[in-house]
Design a protein around this ligand. Structure first.
Ligand SMILES: Cc1cc2nc3c(=O)[nH]c(=O)nc-3n(C[C@H](O)[C@H](O)[C@H](O)COP(=O)(O)OP(=O)(O)OC[C@H]3O[C@@H](n4cnc5c(N)ncnc54)[C@H](O)[C@@H]3O)c2cc1C
Length: 331
């Protein structure tokens, strides 16, 4: 286990904000996990598990505690049942699966971050969610001080939700995840933007490898690259609706999407219709290709981000009556 001190959180999170973390412990073997929690306990400090920092917002005062990072990498493949170590770059797992012809996670290509974080908010994109293929995870339970297996049903997965980002936040350290994938292809109809791409480019190959290629191109044209542009991806969640709410939204000329996962309003549409797409607010740019994304162009403090967030929430609330909910987790 590596022990680092006073590490700026702006260097560990893709939004590139935040003061120093007192300690950062890098876990290199599963037994290190327990040692890391013991280290924090001995110093009476709080802990926070961090992966690639692509969905975490840090504060200016930093974190007077212990950041625990999973750096254990590797993929084991038992006829399509993949055991992916939590420190594996998520997209490396997608690349592996797609290259073997396994379907199930190809639409989740290029989502930044590590595999250990994938179940936390049940990552999803272009019609797939990690919950669709999830079997279980090996975890360390910091409350009971034991290693155990959590089954899919324990996670209570739904849109951008699991027990790990709600009722059991900060309790479990994900060591590895198991996914069950099958050889095959996704079935049409695909997500709107994939359908649009294949009709414009006369694509007829829907193999996992080709869907991965298509999704990668769509994402590259639409989303900022976190290695060069500071952002946390979608800053707000989409809004899921009941049938009655959907009818009311449509009566108000707000487009409602009927996906595999239910009825929803694209919150990016609301932000754009409120006139904020491309606007620079307190150093944060509302992305000009995807209004749901906030890019940290010149913000230097958390308060800049908070001010931009308030303006966006207020504008959408005043124009449409919906209250946007933040997607990234606050450290
Ligand atoms: C440009 C961009 C595009 C994005 N697109 C998408 C998208 O299409 N779909 C989508 O769902 N998300 C998207 N995201 C969000 C982000 O990529 C995902 O949420 C991803 O899973 C975050 O991984 P991470 O390792 O960076 O997590 P971190 O930000 O490091 O952590 C996120 C949360 O998970 C917890 N956590 C991390 N690792 C572990 C672990 N081993 N054990 C227990 N808890 C852990 C942390 O405590 C924290 O609460 C995007 C982000 C960016 C910057």
């Amino acid at each position: 286990m590596k022990i680092l001190e006073n590490v700026p959180l702006s260097e560990l999170t893709t939004m590139r904000l935040g003061g120093p973390a007192k300690y950062v412990l890098e876990i290199e073997t599963p037994t290190d996990v327990k040692s890391a929690y013991d280290f924090a306990k001995a110093k009476n400090l709080p802990t926070f598990v961090l992966g690639g920092g692509a969905n975490t917002i840090a504060h200016d005062e930093g974190f007077d505690g212990v950041i625990i990072k999973n750096t254990i990498k590797g993929i084991a493949d038992n006829n399509g049942t993949l055991t992916i170590m939590g420190g594996t770059v998520w997209d490396d797992a997608v690349e592996y699966a797609s290259s073997k012809g396994y379907t199930g996670i190809e639409a989740l290509s290029k989502i930044p971050g590590l595999a250990g974080a994938a179940p936390v908010q049940n990552i999803g994109a272009y019609g797939q969610e990690v919950a669709d293929t999830f079997i279980s995870a090996k975890v360390y339970d910091s409350k009971e001080d034991i290693f155990k297996t959590l089954e899919k049903s324990d996670f209570n997965f739904s849109y951008r939700h699991s027990i790990l980002n709600t009722t059991e936040k900060n309790r479990y350290f994900v060591i590895s995840i198991d996914l069950k994938l099958e050889k095959g292809e996704m079935h049409r109809p695909f997500y709107n933007s994939i359908e649009k791409y294949i009709s414009e480019h006369n694509e007829t190959d829907f193999s996992p490898q080709n869907i991965r290629k298509i999704v990668s191109i769509i994402r590259k044209n639409k989303l900022p690259d976190p290695t060069t542009t500071a952002s946390s991806g979608s800053f707000f969640k989409n809004i899921y609706l009941t049938d009655k709410e959907a009818a009311a939204a449509e009566a108000n000329n707000i487009p409602v999407y009927r996906g595999h996962d239910g009825l929803k309003i694209n919150s990016g549409w609301l932000i754009e219709a409120a006139g904020l797409k491309g606007k620079l607010l307190h150093g944060m740019r509302v992305h000009d290709a995807a209004a749901l994304v906030l890019v940290n162009e010149s913000a230097t403090s958390y308060s800049d981000l908070a001010a931009a967030r308030s303006e966006i929430i207020k504008a959408v609330k005043e124009k449409f009556g919906y209250t946007l909910e933040q997607e990234p987790i606050e450290l």
